[in-house]
Design a binder for this molecule. Structure first.
Ligand SMILES: *[C@@H]1O[C@H](CO)[C@@H](O)[C@H](O)[C@H]1NC(C)=O
Ligand SMILES: *[C@@H]1O[C@H](CO)[C@@H](O)[C@H](O)[C@H]1NC(C)=O
Length: 171
């Protein structure tokens, strides 16, 4: 988790002349270089470190680094992606988090692409499902879902390794 900024947006008017047809037009997917839609499966481990000097998440404020997403469950395995975002406790009856998170991929053809996750995460449930609501570059027009399963959890420190299986439609 890196930062938490709150922006207040003041509505302003958007002037559109509907007499002009230039405001919107329909176009073919090929005009944006979009080819066949494909379905991809991504598998990685999310290291949520809340204890110690090298924590990757803090309660509210600023963490020293982003959460690494690794190919394997060990922190030393290859980092394929970094997660930036925030989660907020969002439930009274159970420990549930609202995740607002971007995955920044740093490996291979996905380097520079991102996926955005938005949804509730009941962290003590077996497998949690969260919607993928969009993405950048290779993941433009992305939609799909992420299934998260806690691989290991240190109840003393709160540090966790979470396995992610992400299924996403994109072009
Ligand atoms: C924090 O990270 C540094 C650099 O990777 C490492 O040398 C150090 O042992 C880590 N400290 C803890 C408490 O994990
Ligand atoms: C990913 O892209 C960045 C910026 O273009 C580049 O500096 C970095 O070396 C790339 N990493 C890999 C693993 O290709």
């Amino acid at each position: 988790m890196v930062f938490l900024s709150i922006f207040i947006w003041f509505p302003s008017s958007v002037n559109v002349s509907f007499a002009s047809s230039s405001f919107s037009r329909s176009l073919l997917p090929e005009e944006l270089g979009l080819k066949k839609q494909k379905l991809s499966h991504l598998h990685f481990y999310f290291h949520d470190i809340v204890s110690g000097r090298n924590s990757t998440a803090v309660r509210v404020a600023k963490a020293k680094m982003t959460d690494p997403l690794n190919e394997g469950p060990e922190l030393s395995s290859k980092i394929v992606d970094l997660a930036r975002g925030l989660y907020a406790s969002s439930s009274l009856s159970e420990i549930g988090l609202l995740m607002v998170k971007n995955y920044f991929f740093t490996e291979g053809k996905y380097n520079g692409s991102t996926l955005s996750v938005l949804g509730g995460n009941a962290v003590f449930s077996g497998v949690r499902e969260m919607p993928i609501v969009g993405g950048r570059r290779l993941f433009r027009f992305a939609r799909g879902y992420a299934r998260a399963r806690t691989h290991s959890l240190d109840l003393q420190t709160g540090d966790a390794v979470v396995e992610y299986n992400v299924y996403v439609f994109h072009y």
